[in-house]
Design a protein around this ligand. Structure first.
Ligand code: ADE
Length: 245
């Protein structure tokens, strides 16, 4: 998988992409993530990429030409045309199922918006998929692009150490993750649940499943409708006062 992030702030992205799991995955060639400076593609002799909005108003608008040329340059380097995504609070909210869908692609390009927005004509021309990371507004699309690149990368083969790393986790199976504990077994007079110290794997698995069910029912009941629940799961939730469909 190759991901190209189109941004005015490549250093901001590179500092995050060089660290931890994603940094190691890139170094090992499990995922290729490039940051591409939109400014390198401006035809303006002063390297400008933005201008005042027609009709007046606050802030500056990213111009169409540098973005268009930047995307075309990326296309030329890819075997097939990348799927273009524009990070914007006006897009569809990112979900784990969208992440899974995108992780199947070979080439993705992500456009980070900045300032007050992007000239609408380049959006009309390139028809990107518009994605938001939530109903709040950030100063730019870099953090959202990094979130998207991270969430996709961790789904790729060999990026995490084992499949269990993500099959167990929150949202993967439409259930929230069970609580986790580590040493010491008593901290601030708080004890680790006894079942986890028992060494009885079947009981541990059952307890964890039940904790996931309870947490989801309490915190995110909307997720339960997408979860695959066994008869035992449903019985457990009913016994604890939660209704299932
Ligand atoms: N740019 C600014 N805010 C954003 C958001 N919530 N999601 C995606 N891109 C953004």
């Amino acid at each position: 998988m190759r991901i190209d992030i189109m941004t005015l702030f490549p250093d901001m992205c590179n500092s995050v992409l060089g660290e931890s799991i994603i940094g190691r995955a890139r170094a090992a060639g499990k995922v290729e993530i490039n940051t591409v400076d939109i400014r390198d593609y401006t035809e303006d002799k002063h390297r400008r990429v933005d201008d005042k909005p027609y009709g007046g108003g606050m802030g500056m608008i990213l111009q169409a030409q540098p973005i268009f040329s930047c995307f075309n340059a990326i296309c030329e380097k890819c075997a097939e045309k990348p799927h273009l995504i524009y990070m914007t609070p006006q897009g569809k909210t990112l979900t784990q199922s969208k992440v899974k869908e995108l992780a199947k692609l070979d080439n993705i390009a992500i456009l980070c918006g900045h300032y007050e927005g992007v000239d609408e004509r380049v959006i009309d021309e390139l028809q990107p998929e518009e994605i938001s990371i939530g109903d709040y507004v950030l100063t730019g699309g870099e953090l959202p692009a990094l979130i998207l690149a991270d969430s996709i990368s961790r789904m790729l083969d060999g990026v995490l150490s084992g499949e269990e790393c993500f099959t167990d986790e929150s949202h993967y199976s439409s259930l929230l993750e069970y609580p986790q504990y580590t040493h010491p077994s008593v901290w601030n007079e708080r004890e680790v649940p006894e079942v986890l110290l028992s060494g009885h794997h079947e009981n541990v698995d059952r307890w964890r499943r039940q904790q996931s069910l309870l947490r989801t029912a309490q915190r995110r009941p909307d997720m339960l409708k997408n979860a695959e629940l066994t008869d035992e799961d449903k019985m457990y939730l009913t016994e604890h006062g939660y209704t299932t469909i």
